[in-house]
Design a protein around this ligand. Structure first.
Ligand code: AMP
Length: 217
């Protein structure tokens, strides 16, 4: 079972591909964004620290997210492999991950980067709507709900995630650009980076992802 990292800008399709990988390989998806959003909803100390940074489209400090991931990787469901989504986002986070894994006698098997041009990313993120109750994600034109503005599963009114608003999107894209500049070459230097064209349909992207994982093991 693979230990995989999924890299890609917000809106590159990480969430969609992550769900499919989880189903195919039976590994847990570890999304630092999801964990942090839950902490914000529950008003925990972590959430209180992270919330304002997240709604400003800024990164949460490395030591906070590194701590979250370290604890999560120790859980028994990660013993047969894991899929990291949204982490690492900086080289220091990648270094900390490498150290934590080596303490556990483990390594990263592959880093899959979903490559999508910035204009397409903007169109995807700005049209994204989510269900506040169940977390289902839609797109106003690419994958609309059956009834406009309402979740297919539970009928809740769909919302635009605060950090999917235009001004926040630009901030997140520039943070992401700064990150990839350093993170992709860092993993490429370790022979782990597998780039995939993320502009195709979700099915076609998934085929490529499975193929590069096969090649990489
Ligand atoms: P995401 O859902 O992955 O786009 O994450 C949403 C927000 O959570 C980001 O804009 C950051 O504020 C924060 N976040 C998630 N993962 C990380 C990370 N690895 N490092 C720093 N901040 C993070």
């Amino acid at each position: 079972m693979p230990n995989v990292i999924l890299l890609g800008a917000p809106g590159a399709g990480k969430g969609t591909q992550a769900k499919r990988l989880v189903a195919k390989y039976g590994i847990p998806q570890i999304s630092t964004g999801d964990i942090l959003r839950e902490a914000v909803r529950n008003g925990t100390p972590l959430g209180q620290q992270a919330g304002p940074l997240m709604s400003a489209g800024k990164l949460v400090p490395d030591e906070l997210v590194v701590g979250i991931v370290r604890e999560r990787l120790k859980q028994p469901d990660c013993s047969g492999g894991f899929l990291l989504d949204g982490f690492p986002r900086t080289v220091p986070q990648a270094e900390a991950l490498e150290r934590s894994l080596s303490e556990m006698g483990r390594v990263v098997d592959a880093v899959v980067e979903l490559d999508v041009p910035a204009d397409l990313i903007r169109a995807r993120v700005l049209g994204r709507r989510s269900c506040p109750a169940c977390g289902a994600v839609y797109h106003v034109s690419d994958s609309p709900p059956k009834v406009a503005g309402a979740c297919n599963q539970d009928g809740s009114a769909l919302i635009t995630r605060d950090d999917d608003r235009p001004e926040k999107v630009e901030k997140r894209l520039s943070e992401f650009a700064a990150l990839t500049r350093s993170l992709s070459p860092w993993y490429a230097g370790r022979g782990l980076l597998r780039k995939v064209d993320g502009t195709a349909s979700p099915d076609a992207v998934f085929q490529q992802v499975v193929q590069v994982l096969g090649d990489g093991r």
